[in-house]
Write a protein that binds this ligand. Sequence first.
Ligand code: RB5
Length: 145
Amino acid sequence: MGKKVFLASDHAGFSLKSALCEHLKEQGHEVYDLGPEQAISCDYPNSAFKVTDKVLENEDSLGILICGTGIGMSMAANKVKGIRAALATCEFHAKATRQHNNANVLCLGERVTGVGVALGIADIFLNTEFEGGRHLRRIELFDKM
Ligand code: RB5
């Protein structure tokens, strides 16, 4: 079933964001591109918070953030209570972080991860469910901080 997905990037993640938006629409997801509209220099925390706001407002939605490395986006997003952002560089990261961490935001680095690999990571992230159980107890230990 298609997911509601919010995406944003900075200038360094712009072209991967464009590729992801097109691909995820083709996969039947409800895709919201929160910018930027062009690859002009911008500050990644502002993009991160646009997505985290929407993910928190929309139950069962997921976010994707792309910068040069994915690191700055993950740092910024993880400052927001209720957000569990995961930087993924392979499909196993994507699968495990949904199953075990119930990650609600995926972070990608355009300067690190090729577009083909990144599309595969996003597909796995959007199509894998949280396993709950002992993993719920563990994320509750940090969600309440
Ligand atoms: C932009 O040059 C770069 O610093 C940014 O995209 C990101 O990689 C930060 O973590």
